[in-house]
Ligand binder design. Structure first.
Ligand SMILES: NC(=O)c1ccc[n+]([C@@H]2O[C@H](COP(=O)([O-])OP(=O)(O)OC[C@H]3O[C@@H](n4cnc5c(N)ncnc54)[C@H](O)[C@@H]3O)[C@@H](O)[C@H]2O)c1
Length: 254
């Protein structure tokens, strides 16, 4: 029996098979869950990638900036499952001007886009799924350690700091519905989102050396395992937490 046996899990953020969300969906299925995916924009690509999972899940369109998508999300998920036990937020975006060393010149419009998609959507997605979570459950989001200023990460770093705070407020407000809310702070991984960060190589070069356990930039399984564990019944008293899955780099001085 897998640790998600009988659970119904919504996974957002699958774009390619290198997406962290792809590994989460795969492991969740292997651990016994029924998975529903949401996809953004390139729906035919997401549907093609979904076929590479052990069982092809339904794919529902969700642009977190589209209120109609959010308002109808629970009904559209409800066509496939009768409730949700877990929700994975694996969504981030920042315009190019908000990344790569342009911190002092980024416009508010571009910062607002980054915050809307990467921070506020954590709350939007959780709230949109509430009608399906009457028996409680778990929300898990993907974070990048926001306790420091990093090279090139710029306004995405600010968005992640907001995500970490949002995680604590969601944990506070959803606890009465028996919903746990936690983040997995992953080390750098070679996904589409990472490739769009100019200068991402700076992370690639230093992280495996800094991490006491070492770090494989193309292995999304450790982060996915943590997401699956947090949605299982094995973290019943944990909420508002940030679990670092980064080879231990966050614990070590440079
Ligand atoms: N790759 C890394 O190094 C790394 C490290 C730590 C945390 N993370 C986080 O992991 C999460 C997933 O990213 P990834 O690295 O797997 O990259 P990815 O590019 O595979 O996933 C990012 C996802 O965000 C989705 N997205 C963008 N705009 C959207 C919108 N308006 N509505 C809905 N979805 C939208 C994309 O479609 C894509 O599926 C992100 O939150 C990212 O910040 C990534």
């Amino acid at each position: 029996m897998g640790i998600l046996q009988g659970k119904r899990i919504l996974v957002s953020g699958v774009l390619t098979d290198a997406s962290i969300a792809f590994s989460v969906a795969k492991l969740a299925q292997e651990e016994g869950a029924t998975v529903v995916l949401t996809g953004f924009g390139r729906m035919s690509l997401v549907e093609r990638i979904a076929k590479r999972l052990p069982e092809t899940p339904p794919v529902i369109e969700l642009d977190v900036q589209n209120n109609e998508h959010l308002d109808t999300l629970a009904d559209r998920i409800g066509e496939h499952v009768d409730g949700l036990d877990g929700v994975v937020h694996s969504i981030a975006f920042a315009p190019q001007s908000a990344l790569g060393g342009n911190f002092l010149n980024t416009t508010w419009e571009d910062v607002a886009t980054a915050m809307h998609i990467s921070t506020y959507s954590y709350k939007s997605l959780a709230v949109a799924c509430l009608p399906l979570m009457k028996e409680g459950g778990a929300v898990v989001g993907l974070d990048f350690d926001a306790s420091k200023a990093w090279p090139v990460y710029d306004w995405m770093g600010v968005a992640k700091a907001g995500l970490e705070s949002c995680n604590r407020y969601l944990a506070r407000d959803l606890a009465k519905q028996n919903i746990r809310v936690n983040l997995v702070a992953a080390g750098p991984l070679r996904t589409m989102a990472a490739k769009s960060i100019p200068g991402f190589k700076e992370f690639e070069d230093s992280w495996p050396e800094r991490a006491p356990l070492g770090w494989d930039l193309s292995d999304t399984i450790p982060a996915a395992k943590a997401c699956v564990a947090l949605m299982s019944d094995w973290f019943p008293a944990t909420t508002g937490e940030i679990v670092h899955v980064d080879g231990g780099a966050h614990a070590i001085g440079a």
